[in-house]
Design a protein around this ligand. Sequence first.
Ligand code: ARG
Length: 431
Amino acid sequence: MKLWNKGFEPDKAIEKFTVGQDRELDLRLAKYDVQGSMAHIRMLQSIDLISKEELDLLLPALQQILDEIERGEFTIEEGVEDVHSQVEFLLTERLGDVGKKIHSGRSRNDQVLVDLKLFFRDELKHISESIQNLFNCLIELSEKHKDKLMPGYTHLQVAMPSSFGLWFGAYAEALTDDMNMVVAAYNIANQNPLGSAAGYGSSFPLNREMTTDLLHFANPHYNVVAAQMSRGKTERAVAAAIGTVASTLGHLAMDVCMWMCNNFAFVSFPDELTTGSSIMPHKKNPDVFEIMRGKCNRLQSIQNEIALLTANLPLGYNRDLQLMKDILFPASTELIECLDMATYMLGEIRVKDNILEDSKYDYIFTVEDVNRLVLEGMPFRDAYKKIGMEVQNGTYKPHRGVNHTHLGSIGNLANDRIKAKMDTIMKNLDI
Ligand code: ARG
């Protein structure tokens, strides 16, 4: 049965091809679909398109469907195209003709849009919570290990002393930039498309401000064509936010894989958090961070997928748009899983102490020795040459008397500022 039934049975192969994954993916939209319908019919009653008595029948029936969704009892039946059809069929089955009234002034085009906006708002909130958890974990680790030194690299050659405080703290601060993107995507999603109908509005005097308030959107998409255009634009913003978080997390995963490598051995994890080999008995592999790195690299490609899928589509609704759900729904789940796994793993990370005492890192102190000579009055270029010649002829020995508090305690005082920055960004997210 189709909402658009006109007396002929659609071809089964066509149905299978066009419905695609909707019956499964739309389950994630079900509760938002009902919330959208509740707001829509309240508004329809306010402009006398349905009576108070009809509203009093419809609202409890929709609430019942919402309860069924919460209990996991709601399914989209075989032969029903999508969640929008299923909810309307259930209402009509349970209430009779009054169920058929809810679609006045609405199209599935603005219905799916409103569902998606509500869904993305919640997903972005979940993502922001997982980012916050990881952020807090990183700040804690940065404080805990602030005075433990590690080599800093450029060109993957040992460069200058760094610290675990700086390393953990760097990823915390990177997450503040990512959070800005999540907030931007949230604000783009937080606009009401309902009332734009098929994409060109309705001749009914719909009260779009009312549904905007009922669904707690910041504002309507005022222009109905812009409302329809926001399908695709919203997804691009969400994909960009997912991509930027994934890039930070993928980078962190790569660092951990490298620091876990036996040649570095800067960090390790309890055995049960590592994985083994079927042939080499000694192996304790970082599979978790490898999977995370791979997933995060893939997650950065969804921006391209969405961009190509929506590039140059004709104005107005096109069925291609449905396919964005296939890309974004699993992506957002996967990102949250990666963030939570990173927090879980880092909670158990073990950090090696006294790494820089190993003579293989001696050259890491050359700049500080140059600086020491400068402080003693030697011109920088002369000091550079003196230390450089010592390295060249193999006589260089690091002074090792340098106070590294700029890398530890003093450098990490900035964690308070980083936390304050994150708090300010979070205030822009209305949760
Ligand atoms: N499953 C559809 C989608 O996600 C719902 C909207 C259908 N609209 C239409 N005009 N066929 O886009």
